[in-house]
Design a protein. Structure first.
Length: 102
């Protein structure tokens, strides 16, 4: 979880974090993602409105087909490092989308 946090916060200087609903939530103007199921051996990150930033070609590890939320899972540190560029891009895209909205 620590590595995922470092990747997100390092992606864009405007990205912030806070504890909300008993978990860490990352935001840039508005909530982007939260850790869910943190008691499991893997780490799951829920992108609250992931449909706004999903690009299937650039984000193959972003799961979900519903109207809003998308999920990204990390089994271990090795997997988090392997998906770091994709996660950074998601965080940057979120800041761009949020800063361009009113």
């Amino acid at each position: 979880m620590r590595r995922v946090r470092e990747i997100i916060l390092g992606a864009d200087d405007r990205m912030t974090e806070r504890v909300q609903y008993g978990t860490i939530t990352f935001a840039c103007k508005d909530n982007m993602a939260s850790f869910v199921q943190v008691a499991n051996k893997h780490v799951t990150l829920m992108f609250n409105r992931g449909q706004l930033i999903q690009d299937k070609a650039k984000h193959p590890h972003l799961e979900g087909t519903g109207p809003n939320a998308r999920f990204m899972r990390f089994a271990d540190l090795k997997e988090a490092n392997a998906q770091a560029a994709e996660l950074r891009d998601l965080a940057r895209r979120w800041c761009i989308v949020m800063m361009s909205s009113k």
